[in-house]
Design a protein around this ligand. Structure first.
Ligand SMILES: [Zn+2]
Length: 174
């Protein structure tokens, strides 16, 4: 079975009861998903499917680290991930997300590729601003910070530009 096919779960064909699917998320996964924000990591994902006569519920647990870059010094940064999400699956005319935690799967093609959902969850797990904690050896690269400070000093607002901006503001307040 191809790695990408492992993520496809045939929900309709599953027997009643609990099923567990396990995935290892790494650089290959993010490359396949064309994820530009996340390129590397080491995350264990477990998908628990609970199927009863009346309900199909899916819990996705992700634990590990995402390798990203610090928004302050641009150096390598590891962001811990420990998330759990619950989704309910229903069958309908077409595959779509009905609400945040309700997934409709087309009756005609009753399987679902979990890789998209996992990819989105990991993207959301990454903080908007990811920076080194400055604790222990999780610190910013000092040389990079110095370089950026020098750069931003050079870009201090030009007085002529500030004057123009003042005129523009006045015009737009009319
Ligand atoms: Zn940093």
């Amino acid at each position: 079975m191809k790695e990408s096919e492992r993520f496809v779960i045939g929900f309709k064909g599953l027997s009643l009861g609990e099923h567990v699917f396990e995935y290892q998320i790494d650089a290959d996964f993010f490359t396949r998903m064309k994820n530009e924000e996340l390129q590397d990591g080491d995350v264990q994902v477990k998908v628990f499917v609970e199927k009863s006569e009346r309900l199909l519920s899916v819990r996705v647990e992700s634990k590990g680290v995402l390798n990203t870059h610090c928004d302050r010094c641009l150096g390598d940064l590891k962001v811990p991930v420990d998330i759990s999400e619950q989704v309910y699956v229903k069958f309908g005319d077409e595959t779509r997300e009905e609400a945040d935690n309700v997934l409709i799967i087309a009756d005609s093609s009753p399987q679902y590729d979990m890789s998209r959902m996992i990819n989105e969850m990991l993207l959301l797990a990454k903080p908007m601003k990811a920076v080194h904690s400055q604790i222990g050896d999780d610190v910013c690269e000092a040389s990079m910070i110095r370089k950026m400070e020098e750069y931003s000093e050079k870009r201090e607002v030009d007085p002529r530009w500030a004057a123009l901006q003042g005129i523009k503001d006045k015009l737009s307040n009319k």
